[in-house]
Design a protein around this ligand. Sequence first.
Ligand SMILES: Cc1cc2nc3c(=O)[nH]c(=O)nc-3n(C[C@H](O)[C@H](O)[C@H](O)COP(=O)(O)OP(=O)(O)OC[C@H]3O[C@@H](n4cnc5c(N)ncnc54)[C@H](O)[C@@H]3O)c2cc1C
Ligand code: FES
Length: 283
Amino acid sequence: MPKILEKKTLAPKVTKYVVEVPKIAKKRKAGQFVLVCPSPDGERIPLTIADADAERGSITLVVQEVGKTTAEMAAMSVGDEFKDVVGPLGTPTHIGKVGTVVCVGGGIGIAPLHPIAQAFKAAGNEVICILGARNDEMLIMEEEMSAIASELIICTDDGSKGRKGFVSQALQELIDAGREIAECVAIGPAIMMKVVCEVTRPYEIKTLVSLNPIMVDGTGMCGGCRVEVGGESKFACVDGPEFDGHLVNFDLLVRRQAMYKQQEREALDRFQKSHVCNLEKAK
Ligand SMILES: Cc1cc2nc3c(=O)[nH]c(=O)nc-3n(C[C@H](O)[C@H](O)[C@H](O)COP(=O)(O)OP(=O)(O)OC[C@H]3O[C@@H](n4cnc5c(N)ncnc54)[C@H](O)[C@@H]3O)c2cc1C
Ligand code: FES
């Protein structure tokens, strides 16, 4: 079973896991994800492959604790095993040699952005990264992204690191300064991706976004991850998760993401009441 080889806290409620899954580590491509089920009676959740080491046979997941399953993962330790990890899933990012690519990441979205920025750099593009977080403490993977970027711009909502303000403002300033931008990739909260798309739309800069609707089977069978792109229904798990941001109906995405709020709250509540932490068990 997939063993947790490393576990490290990157920011409050954000944890990096290195997991042993040799076949996935060998096959994965930028933009792909896995479905992780932490325990036999648990639920499968989609998580992006933030990095992989084919020789070691491991993949890296960067996970924000938001509900029952991510809380269950946070309670696990190095040496513990997930019930299963399925993948790699999703259509890999189309990586061309296009010139300058601006990679815009917000919050936990910086993790899925990392392998895409890596792949654009490896294909010979100039990569400019704009990273945003609520504050200095919440900013993740700065070192990894600065190793890829020819220019790294950091924005925080409160100005505690880099410049104060949103990533979309920093992007607008690059455009206003006359920088030639061939493509933009934006990954983060739906509202951030929507705003970035509105910045690039008037300049016709191709903008790729990675959508995170609720997923169930991850294989195109259940229809749970339905999104509207260019007026058509698409399944994010097999047609995406990346799409042309100028064609995405973000308002519908946000509504569908919130469909199970009450059930999610109840599941987390039940887990917190029934969970006995490992330290307690050892007493
Ligand atoms: C293709 C894909 C890749 C993803 N990659 C990552 C990643 O690398 N790291 C990471 O931390 N998260 C990622 N997510 C989001 C992650 O799947 C959810 O945070 C997770 O399913 C929440 O499960 P839970 O049981 O802990 O919380 P739940 O109780 O199921 O949900 C709690 C809250 O989390 C939010 N949420 C639930 N499901 C999703 C979802 N699918 N996407 C976004 N927010 C959601 C909602 O606001 C919800 O109210 C990805 C999602 C998709 C679709
Ligand atoms: S998750 Fe079931 S169709 Fe995409």
